[in-house]
Design a protein around this ligand. Structure first.
Ligand SMILES: [Fe+2]
Ligand SMILES: [Fe+2]
Length: 303
């Protein structure tokens, strides 16, 4: 066993680390649009050629908006998934059920927090930024897969939030303080979710032979590629928003370069940074050596 995660320990840590919405985003707060929202390592505006500083900052803000929207969107399918996992065993292990309900409740709170940020973003930015969706359709597509495939996707998402906060700290102290605190608070609660997801993956994998594990990995990649198509579409939405806000009409070549660079930035943010996370890799490796090899082969395309 490569970890010592248990329901009682997770429940105790989750209870200690719990925060309130108003502490993270007090009502009436406004975002500081003179500062970046996203760590440079995720926004990757430097990879887009020919932008001045002001345009890079605008693109960073647009990336902040997609972060709020896409996390809001994925957490909408994580919530029912966790409840469905909890439901069949409501008796016998009180700490398991309490830990899973706490997890679901925190995701519902995060969805609400992302919506608060989103409203403040739209008010301050002055333009609507389009987002992929609708969330219901995306959730239905994800949840039609084998629960082990879905649990692996959720595990990857939870671990990536850990890197996202650490990147923001490593990066600079220049981020908008509300956004920096959002990443920090998400990191605190997601640290416990990642442990519960590890236990979930192990429970769902129990008794499966190598063929059944590989089939779940096939499903994991199917969901990943479905999202990758969505991130390409989101990059197009971001480009349209960028042109509208800056009044900049890009040449076809500049548009293609920006689209490719930003698609790769979204890939890294929402897929690659999870695929390479050491804890995610450990869980997959404990299921099957061949499964981990497949993850490691795929990861460079999302780097
Ligand atoms: Fe969350
Ligand atoms: Fe979570």
């Amino acid at each position: 066993m490569f970890h010592d995660f248990t329901y009682p320990a997770v429940l105790a840590a989750a209870t200690r680390g719990e925060w309130q919405l108003d502490d993270v985003f007090p009502p009436g707060s406004t975002l500081d649009f003179t500062r970046p929202f996203m760590p440079a390592s995720l926004a990757r505006t430097g990879a887009v050629e020919g932008l001045n500083d002001e345009q890079r900052l605008t693109l960073n803000h647009i990336r902040g908006h997609d972060y709020l929207s896409i996390f809001g969107l994925v957490e909408e399918f994580i919530l029912p998934f966790v409840l469905d996992h909890a439901r069949p065993q409501l008796r016998g292990d009180d700490e398991r059920i309490r830990a899973l309900l706490q997890f679901a409740s925190e995701e519902a709170k995060h969805i609400q927090l992302f919506k608060r940020f989103d409203a403040a973003f739209t008010a301050g930015f002055g333009h609507d930024c389009a987002v992929i969706g609708p969330a219901d359709a995306i959730g239905a597509e994800v949840l039609r897969h084998d629960p082990l495939s879905v649990a692996l996707i959720v595990l990857m998402i939870e671990w990536m939030t850990q890197s996202h906060y650490l990147d923001s700290v490593r990066d600079d102290g220049d981020l908008d303080p509300l956004f920096a605190n959002l990443l920090r608070c998400h990191w605190i609660e997601e640290a416990q979710h990642a442990k519960l997801d590890t236990l979930m993956v192990e429970a769902l994998a129990e008794g499966r032979d190598e063929g059944a594990i590989q089939a779940a990995i096939d499903g994991f990649f199917e969901i990943g590629m479905f999202f990758d198509g969505g991130f390409r579409k989101q990059s197009e939405h971001n480009l349209v928003a960028f042109e509208q806000v800056t009044g900049c009409a890009l040449s076809d070549a500049a548009r293609a370069q920006m689209l490719a660079a930003q698609h790769q930035a979204l890939r890294w943010t929402y897929l690659g940074s999870g695929l390479v996370h050491p804890q995610f890799r450990k869980t997959v490796g404990a299921l099957s050596k061949a499964a981990l090899e497949r993850i490691d082969e795929a990861a460079p395309a999302f780097a």
